[in-house]
Ligand binder design. Structure first.
Ligand code: PBG
Length: 349
């Protein structure tokens, strides 16, 4: 009777499993704050893909830890970069026939400063943060973006100020998307939150012959404390400042709707909301308002806090995990990116 009247269900094919690719061979290094999640060399990632395919998961979301980092994040768009090489190997594996390979598009894992775009140093005359007051905004959060990295934490002994250069970042981000498509990504997923990135990526990919590759845009990505463990996993913590100038204020649901509207207008094929559990109302609102496919990312901190409670014996692991995923589904996510993907698929059978 319960199954007859159940309103919401989950299937393994709606779950996407994130992988963190790193250089080397035979590397399987557990991330301290994320039990059961690893930095994997490509050979190990192939094994992981086989397991994911056997469990019937929908796909993999690929992140990379490059050999070295620089100011311009050149590892992100290097044709022999870690994710590009990983994609080519994963494509050869039989598992790839059953799994979507989604490539995260961002610079933060590849830049020495850890920001998602190009950072320009500016001398602020007073030494105090200008909060972007001088920028002339054209749309959305552009003005806020200008105050960028420097406003969060003052770096000692220097009155240097910083800005994220939106437009030069766009060129590198589109270049990254093209190189990932060329290496075999089935979907590219920009997570940088620069303004205008979806249109820039779409243009560049169309021009280079990847017009059939869809864009899954992290349209509504909140500046969240719940990304903490990911920054350990991807070694991408900003070296100064924070991401509040380009990620969204958690207080703003209507702004999230505008961001989604804008990304769909620029040509996004699907949208991703993140984090998931603290923003279920935003997922629900997006589901009611837009007809595009919507996914949600149950991010690292959501995973870690549940794992911590499991380790303490404070929550029943299986039930709490499934309840968390069901809540995200019920809120309106068609698919869920989650570090629990394999465990949940095992439960679903
Ligand atoms: C990169 C990116 C982040 C996440 C996904 N892509 C980190 C961030 O914005 O700091 C977070 C995912 C997670 O926490 O699991 N821009």
């Amino acid at each position: 009777m319960r199954s007859l009247v159940r309103e919401t269900s989950l299937e393994p094919s709606a779950l996407i499993y994130p992988l963190f690719l790193c250089p080397g061979e035979g590397v399987r290094k557990e991330i301290g704050s994320m039990p059961g999640v690893f930095n994997l060399s490509i050979d190990e990632a192939v094994k992981e893909a086989e397991e994911a395919a056997a469990l019937g998961l929908g796909g993999l979301l690929l992140f990379g830890l490059p050999e070295s980092k620089d100011e311009k994040g050149s590892g992100a768009y290097d044709e022999n970069g870690i994710v590009q090489s990983g994609l080519r190997e994963l494509k050869k594996a039989a598992a790839a026939k059953k799994l979507l390979l989604i490539a995260d598009v961002c610079l933060c894992e590849y830049t020495s400063h850890g920001h998602c775009g190009i950072v320009k140093k500016t001398k602020s005359s007073s030494g105090a943060s200008s909060s972007g007051a001088s920028s002339s905004s054209t749309k959305g959060s552009a003005a806020a973006k200008k105050s960028a990295a420097g406003s969060g934490k003052s770096d000692s002994g220097s009155d240097a100020d910083y800005e994220i250069e939106n437009d030069s970042s766009l060129r590198l981000i589109s270049k990254t998307a093209v190189s990932l498509a060329a290496a075999g990504a089935d979907i590219v997923a920009p997570s940088d939150m620069m303004d205008g990135r979806v249109a820039a990526i779409r243009d560049e990919m169309d021009e280079e012959g990847y017009e059939q590759i869809p864009i899954l845009s992290y349209a509504a990505k909140f500046a969240s404390a719940f990304y903490g463990p990911f920054r350990e996993a991807a070694d991408s913590a900003p070296q100064f400042g924070d991401r509040r100038s380009y990620q969204m204020d958690g207080a703003n649901l209507r702004e999230a709707m505008r961001e989604i509207d804008q990304d769909l207008g620029e040509g996004a094929d699907m949208i991703l909301m993140k984090p998931a559990m603290p923003y279920l109302d935003v997922i629900r609102a997006a589901r009611e308002r837009f007809d595009a496919p919507i996914g949600a990312y149950q991010v690292s901190g959501e995973y870690s806090m549940l794992q911590a409670a499991f380790a303490k014996g404070w929550l029943e692991p299986q039930r709490a995990m499934m309840e968390s995923l069901l809540s995200i589904r019920r809120a309106g996510a068609g698919f869920i990116v989650t570090y629990f993907a394999k465990d949940a698929a095992r439960v679903l059978g």
